[in-house]
Design a protein around this ligand. Structure first.
Ligand code: RNT
Ligand code: ZN
Length: 417
């Protein structure tokens, strides 16, 4: 018996003593797909224009060597990352990551421009999610896209949005896994607007135009992601949380919550149960804000655990799609993927290893002393031995062994670029 397995057996016994079945927890964890964001691999630059400049709406910092410059390089890096992450997952693709020799603009994209991604996903048994790209483009005018007063600007982006749904449907059909199509627009203003209403009216109308055609929900689901503010949109963001909550609920869309898009003391974990009562479902962008929406790599912090606990305790895993969203260009980008994805899985595992019914009972008895004592005690339980075993049975490196592989890859591949 391997050392990892021996430790797992011991941990299993310990968890049994509090009525938790570790085998069952692992079975559940195996089913959870994380949507890994492609844009960590090249600092959100994409392949639409060869210079790949970020020209508005979004920003990344750092210049760590070896970023992917082509779809082939990006897939090569993703292959490496996925080989170090236990389980089968999804790739979250942005429209600007098209893979074609043709010169096509965002209002011209078609499924065929993403065929190579689909072939690759089939081969690797991955699902694909999608995002229309409403930034880093000359048609983003005055910091606005779908809410711009100029009809021509809006129409360009409406067409892009419509086409994005065709591509997401194609992904869903080809891969047999529903493709989540996430809409986020950076529209906003640097300084205080006089009129906050009209831009929001226009945004709603533009979305109504995009969503006019019914699409088969077995293939794709639309999601809408809010934001509090962004760089250059400090005073006003058109697509605020209230805007999308209202829009999403009335139009039966998934509500997208990015952990970095709220006031610093406001947490996404505390929103899940409330929204779950009124929505068709939720899309999460698991991220780590520091002071502003800085998109740091996800670490094992209280909020990550809070999100995982809420999903498990309230049985929300079936109606929540878990995606990651951060882009750190100061560290090895494959490590960024591996650390953030593994941490998200670890937090979910910890949540699955909780004797929730017993804790709920204490709460129902208003025994808050025991509730606190037990939850604190369970933090010391040997979940890492269960996690290591999960990695071993999924044939991926246990503990920090993955780091050496990434270092080798950096020497042999990334430094050669
Ligand atoms: C930006 C949003 C959005 C983007 C991606 C690249 O603040 O979080 O999700 O990060 O579309
Ligand atoms: Zn996001």
């Amino acid at each position: 018996m391997s050392d990892v397995k021996a430790r797992y057996k011991e941990a299993k016994r310990k968890y049994e003593s509090i009525g938790v079945d570790t085998d069952k927890a692992l079975e559940k964890l195996q089913q959870i797909k994380i949507s890994v964001h492609c844009w960590q691999g090249d600092d959100v630059k994409g392949f639409l224009n060869p210079d790949g400049e970020l020209t508005g709406g979004i920003m990344t910092t750092g210049d760590y060597p070896g970023r992917a410059h082509t779809p082939e390089e990006l897939r090569q890096d993703l292959d490496k990352a996925f080989s170090l992450i236990p389980g089968k997952h999804k790739l979250n693709l942005h429209a600007m990551y098209l893979d074609t020799d043709e010169t096509v603009d965002l209002n011209e994209i078609e499924p065929k421009h993403y065929e190579k991604w689909v072939e690759w996903a089939k081969e690797k048994q991955l699902g694909l999610d999608f995002n229309p790209t409403f930034f880093s483009h000359p048609m983003m005018k005055d910091g606005l896209t779908l809410s711009h007063p100029d009809k021509e600007v809006r129409e360009f982006w409406i067409e892009h949005g419509k086409r994005s749904r065709k591509i997401a449907s194609y992904f869903g059909k080809e891969l047999g896994a529903v493709s989540i199509n996430n809409f986020w627009v950076p529209d906003g203003m640097k300084d205080n607007p006089i009129d906050r209403l009209k831009p929001r009216q226009r945004l709603a109308e533009s979305y109504d135009a995009i969503f006019e055609e019914e699409v088969d929900k077995t293939y794709t689901l639309d999601a809408l992601e809010s934001k509090l503010f962004g760089i250059g949109a400090e005073a006003f963001t058109v697509g605020s949380h209230e805007f999308y909550m209202g829009y999403g609920i009335t139009r039966n869309k998934l509500i997208g919550l990015d952990a970095g898009h709220f006031h610093p003391t406001e947490t996404v974990s505390n929103k899940l149960s409330a929204l779950s009562l009124f929505t068709d479902g939720l899309l999460l962008h698991v991220s780590r804000p520091i002071r502003w929406d800085s998109d740091h790599v996800v670490i094992m912090d209280d909020e990550l655990q809070g999100i995982a606990n809420e999903l498990v305790r309230n049985n929300l895993l079936d109606k929540t799609y878990i995606g990651l969203d951060y882009f750190d260009a100061t560290i090895n980008r494959i490590s960024a993927w591996v650390i953030g994805t593994r941490n998200t899985q670890k937090a979910l595992l910890k949540a699955l290893l909780e004797p929730t019914d017993d804790l709920r009972k204490l709460e129902e008895e208003f025994n808050f002393t025991s509730r606190l004592a037990y939850t604190e005690e369970f933090k010391d339980f040997p979940y890492a031995d269960v996690w290591n075993y999960f990695c071993e049975i999924n044939n991926v490196p246990v503990g920090l062994d993955w780091l050496e592989e990434v270092e080798q890859y950096e020497q042999n591949v990334l430094k050669m670029r």
